[in-house]
Design a binder for this molecule. Structure first.
Ligand code: NAP
Length: 272
């Protein structure tokens, strides 16, 4: 039976060139390749997705395909390439390593926000993070609970809830800590917290174990709407009663070549 691989790519001409070259190499190696340019092209019987682009392309592919439970690997033509495992010049060695089974799967948990509004419920997913902030550049006031326990009335620009996989992204730029994805936790990072006589908020990230739901009840003073941002995708909600953030059932299975080590990746992308 033929072995099928889905390929997605961003529109960048370099990515398109690499895609064509990879299609040729995989076909020569006996794989059937699906060039995924729409949801209809995506083959659910395939064994792998290859995503060509940067981390942004990886995040868009996962969202577009509804976080498929199929291994995925990235070829980096973007700027940073934290999720992307293969450099464009490594296509031959990747095909060889893949045929030999010389790879590991890094399982990454996805965060989920359940938004309960007067009009009904919605669910958003994010591999990196979920951000809750004003849609009008004003400060927001968010009552934060861990499970049933009231923790703080946050005042400031917003709250970012990061997964371990997202800890190196927006979370890190906000002063949150880098988390090894082998550790199971959610990180709540404040965005410009106000900590004065008028408003009291934590000024550092706080970390909760996976079994605790993060519950947020917004207070509305001027506008009655908030912006929720999942991996860069914006959703506006009005009349929110309650937001619950926890891990979803979906997991991203990121393929990594043998020898992959999280902290080596951090070192090369952030310090060298
Ligand atoms: P973008 O604004 O073009 O990307 C921002 C940068 O974040 C890119 O360099 C991207 O890498 C990198 N990145 C994405 N996920 C990462 C991860 N898990 N670890 C380390 N770096 C990561 O937007 P985008 O490419 O569509 O990505 C959306 C993400 O941007 C959001 O999930 C959020 O985390 C991040 N973001 C960061 C800031 C900030 O740092 N101030 C502000 C807004 C959003 P590539 O260059 O390989 O694409």
């Amino acid at each position: 039976m033929s072995r099928i691989i889905n390929i997605t790519s961003n529109r960048n001409p370099v990515s398109q060139e690499i895609k064509n070259s990879l299609v040729e190499k995989l076909t020569d190696a006996g794989f059937t390749v699906r060039n995924v340019t729409s949801k209809n092209d995506f083959d659910r019987e395939a064994e792998l997705i290859v995503c060509i682009g940067g981390d942004g392309a990886m995040l868009r592919t996962l969202r577009y395909l509804d976080f498929p439970q199929m291994p995925i690997i990235g070829v980096n033509t973007g700027h940073l390439g934290f999720f992307q495992e293969i450099a464009p010049e490594q296509l031959d060695s990747f095909v060889e390593a893949y045929e030999k089974g010389s790879f590991i799967i890094q399982e990454l948990k996805v965060a989920q926000a359940e938004v309960d509004t007067v009009k009904g419920k919605a669910i958003l997913s994010g591999l990196n993070e979920i951000v809750i902030k004003s849609d009008m550049s004003r400060s927001v006031h968010l009552n934060l609970f861990f499970g049933d326990n009231f923790v703080e009335r946050f005042s400031g620009d917003g709250l970012l809830i990061s997964t371990p996989a997202g800890s190196t992204a927006y979370n890190y730029a906000l002063g949150g800590c880098i988390v090894d994805p082998r550790i199971d936790l959610l990180q709540v990072t404040p965005m410009a917290p106000m900590n004065t006589k008028a408003f009291r908020s934590f000024t550092s990230s706080v970390i909760v174990p996976p079994e605790i739901c993060i519950n947020i009840e917004p207070e509305f003073t001027f506008e009655n709407s908030l912006l929720l941002v999942a991996d860069g995708y914006e959703y506006t909600f009005s009349d929110i009663n309650h937001i619950t953030i926890s891990f979803s059932k979906e997991k991203v299975q990121l393929l990594r070549l043998e020898g992959y080590e999280f902290w080596n990746k951090v070192k090369t992308k952030f310090l060298e």
